[in-house]
Design a protein around this ligand. Sequence first.
Ligand code: OOB
Length: 549
Amino acid sequence: MSVRSEGPDHIAWPPEVAAHYRAAGYWRGQTFGALLTTLADAYGTRPAVVGQSADHPVRWSYAELDERAHRLAAGFAGLGIRAGERVLVQLPNVPEFVSVIFALWRLGAWPVFTLPAHRHTELRYFAEKAEASAIVTVAEHERHDHAATARAVAAEVDSLREVLVVGSPEFTELSAAEPREFPDPDPEGVAFLQLSGGSTGLSKLIPRTHDDYLYSVRESARICALRPESVYLAALPVAHNFPLSSPGVLGTLHAGATAVLAPRPDPDMAFRLIESERVTISAVVPPLAAAWVQAAARTDRDLSSLDVLLVGGAKCARELAERIGPALGCRLQQVFGMAEGLVCYTRLDDPDELVLGTQGRPISPDDEIRVVDPDDPNATSDDEVPPGEVGALLTRGPYTIRGYYRAAEHNATAFTADGFYRTGDLVRRLPSGHLEVVGRAKEQINRGGEKVSAEEVENHLMAHPEVLDAAVVSVPDEYLGERTCAYVVPVDGARPSEAELRRFVRDRGIAAFKVPDLVVVVDKFPVTGVGKTSKRELRAALAARAGNG
Ligand code: OOB
């Protein structure tokens, strides 16, 4: 079966709903390309992007970023990349990430945001699914030869015509193309494809429009109080929705502020940059917050400029939340978001109790929230639990998608008939509208913010000739929150070792964070009343093991 076209590229909001979002001023008819032009006019010589390109420091003003995006757009067009074409972007935190995506936006081409951790199998799948025409990557990052992987993928995917390596002579030539103007794309049309965390099989592609994404970016910048004097440190990989837009690099630019791209997120690098660039705001996942808190106790760096630290991507334990302010001398802002849309923030003027104990409330007055029966996977938006009780979170609103890209079958269950997205998260809603995330109903492991689809890893394990069945579950972990454990039933007479199975999965060409942390070989799986593998019992068995160990 082809992975390509099963379903539409973009499921738009119903016309009357779209009309409301326009009338309410959420959707303003501006594209990201046009935004950059406006920013360059307003903030010209002010610093926009600070980072490391290859081995040299880079400091681009708004005017310079604007010119680079103009030239690159012309360069891409010269290669035959056209409006509406998809381009895989696999870049770490380098300044060119920003010029490349704005160049593609000017051209009307769609970036597909892959993570630096993705490997051959994942890139090939995204390229095939999106019928991408090019990949933009770097030669090497963290000892992985990205250019070689990209070329190998291009050799296997018919649509992939170009592999563009940032820093190569060819890329430098593209960046010097004579600037030209392109017709502004439709602001209500798709701007790019983000990746879902994935729960049933592989990551889905998420079509986001200029209008919807810009709304979330603009409001995020406001909610996080970004001003032209702010300095945002992007410590997490910038292609991810959190450091990209919540408020992230895009929210920073929207406010006329400065985005500093950290090549690595560790405390040594981050603290050095906070001190030297006088960083005022940054964003981390909970394990990184814990590492920063620990390191702050013994650092000589001056962190006094840091005003706000956003923590999200996975649940921030209350104990950790309480330590952040005192340790780092800043305010905590919790973020609960998803690449599909909805983003919740605790507000800077919220009382401590809400900041420490909840994951925030939605950005928009028109973010519709339903907390429904957690035991019924088909619960509708009418099946709400009583106020204050835990249920499954459904949402719909001005920046939450109505369907994944080319995924008709999956969309039938991932969304309700009336267009609510089933987040798979279990939450409790407080009278203030703040949400407390208390668990998850979806088959996904949240490994310190990195999402692992159980089914995807199970399928890789089951490709092993000695594996009859596999079930991947989460195991609680002090540092990451959760790790992955793969239970495996071998075929008769076989006894594959844990090391062999982990190596096998890694060699399938997938991100290292998806390789099971633990593999347990068992004779059979416990089953539920209807005969399905009982993951609940497997998790309980693990907990018992940990208790005895
Ligand atoms: C962010 O986006 P994704 O798409 O990588 O993951 C979304 C999922 C949520 O459905 C939830 O399960 C989990 O990640 N999550 C949290 C959380 N923030 C995200 N679970 C508990 N507490 C939190 N604070 O992770 C993302 C996107 C935009 C902003 C922030 C995070």
